[in-house]
Design a protein around this ligand. Structure first.
Ligand SMILES: C[S@@+](CC[C@H](N)C(=O)[O-])C[C@H]1O[C@@H](n2cnc3c(N)ncnc32)[C@H](O)[C@@H]1O
Length: 427
């Protein structure tokens, strides 16, 4: 049996049964199974994940007893088979069918005949199957066409209208760029660009943040430049939010939801490694990762501590020049990096989460000295978690003033979907 397809199958099956992250699951399976073509495995896994609801829309027309009663094993195999037939030009049709049937014999013998029948039927009838474009209901149409859970589809249609929602969904399905923040404590963007160029790695400047580069090449995290701490992985939107905060040497900054540490690192770097950055999170393991990366980057002003951002630490009241409040969110801005987010059920369009986000903002705002600045940010595209939270905060805190806010978009600036807002504590 083909080891590459088997690795993809194990990854997709585990994703179907658990709520694990695709990148972690895929890397684990590749490490254990050692497929001969990890690139093929990645293409197949991400292709199926990105198109899951569209594939199901077609399968629903082909599986006589419907998909609801189908076990995860034959369901995953059918998605993989149809995906190869439709989207993988490098795979001949006979191989897509035969390899899937071989796997069916091993992993769900009782459904081999059905799987063989469905795939062959698909080959015969693919031109005549109903397509999402023919659905009258826009939620049904967009949800199936772009493979987004109906709750997200409805949310974006309500907030952006059909044209912009469609372009946002299409951009969210593209392969994301690999972007890194240059560690200006050790090098400059131009110096790093030239050094990487000598290794055959192309580096392009970002339009959104002057110290962010997009890299094109393989094994980027195995490079000596990475080990030496010349860069860390970060999206330009994330970097831009800290740049807007303008941390200065000698400042005291509190980063209340800090892991994996990206924004704390930008702060420390802009502060030229002088002053103090307090980086908090609720997970001990994540704090260890911040410390490890800070050492690699040559940063020694970051102090980590376990802390629940919803609860006030009275000893910190009015101690910070700047505060970063990068709250947990629905993550709708990063589906191109984690396609599984497209299928996560979230209650009340994120309103429950927005209560927690407001609580965190309310608590962390107390840490600011008078005249200090706070950044509230999320990696999501959802007014309820973004502008509405800030609006509610300002209603109850007349001592704060909005300086500016920005919603970056994959279909606009080409960054992850990222929101940030800068507020000043007047008195
Ligand atoms: C969006 S991520 C932060 C990303 C980080 N600022 C960066 O730029 O690398 C949100 C973080 O908040 C943490 N978190 C969730 N709930 C929290 C809470 N109540 N208090 C503190 N941290 C929390 C999560 O563990 C997660 O690491």
């Amino acid at each position: 049996m083909d080891i590459n397809r088997k690795t993809a199958y194990y990854t997709l099956l585990r994703m179907e049964k658990n709520t694990s992250y695709s990148n972690i699951e895929l890397n684990n399976q590749i490490r254990t199974m050692k497929p001969d073509s990890p690139a093929f495995v990645r293409d197949l896994v991400y292709g199926v994940l990105e198109n899951k609801l569209y594939l199901d829309y077609l399968l629903e027309q082909l599986v006589k007893r419907g998909l609801r009663k189908l076990d995860a094993e034959p369901h995953v195999l059918l998605r993989m088979g149809i995906y190869q037939l439709m989207f993988m030009d490098s795979v001949p049709d006979y191989a897509a069918v035969n390899e899937t049937v071989k796997m069916a014999k091993k992993f769900c013998f009782y459904q081999t005949k059905m799987i063989n029948g469905v795939l062959r039927n698909f080959q015969r009838s693919r031109e005549t199957l109903k397509q999402p474009i023919h659905e009258e209901d826009p939620v049904k149409r967009f949800s199936a066409a772009y493979s987004f859970d109906p709750w997200i589809t409805k949310l974006w249609l309500d907030q952006y209208g059909e044209e912009r929602a469609a372009s946002l969904m299409a951009a969210s399905n593209l392969v994301p760029p690999f972007t890194v923040r240059v560690n200006t404590l050790k090098t400059t963007p131009e110096e790093l660009r030239v050094r990487l160029g000598e290794r055959g790695i192309q580096a392009y400047y970002s339009q959104v943040s002057k110290n962010v580069l997009t890299l094109e090449g393989h094994g980027l995290l195995e490079l000596p430049e990475y080990t030496e701490g010349l860069f860390f992985v970060q999206d330009a939107g994330s970097a831009a939010s800290v740049e807007a905060l303008e941390p200065r040497p000698g400042d005291t900054v509190i980063d209340v939801c800090a892991a994996p540490g990206g924004k704390s690192f930008v702060c420390a770097e802009m502060m030229e490694n002088t002053g103090n950055v307090y980086s908090f999170d609720i997970y001990e393991k994540k704090l260890e990762a911040i410390e490890k990366h800070a050492r690699r980057l040559g940063i020694d002003i970051i102090h980590t501590a376990l802390n629940n951002a919803e609860e006030l630490r009275t000893d910190l009241v009015e101690t910070a020049d700047k505060v970063i409040c990068d709250v947990p969110c629905t993550g709708l801005g990063v589906v191109r990096r984690k396609p599984e987010i497209k299928y996560r059920k979230v209650k009340n369009e994120g309103r429950d989460l927005a209560k927690k986000q407001l609580q965190i903002l309310q608590t962390s705002s107390k840490y600011l000295k008078k005249g200090g600045y706070i950044i509230y940010s999320t990696c999501t595209v959802n007014k309820i978690e973004n502008a509405d939270v800030v609006e509610n905060f300002l209603k109850n805190n007349s001592n704060f003033r909005l300086i500016h806010s920005r919603q970056l978009m994959p279909n606009g600036e080409g960054t992850d979907g990222f929101y940030y807002c800068k507020l000043k504590k007047k008195y």
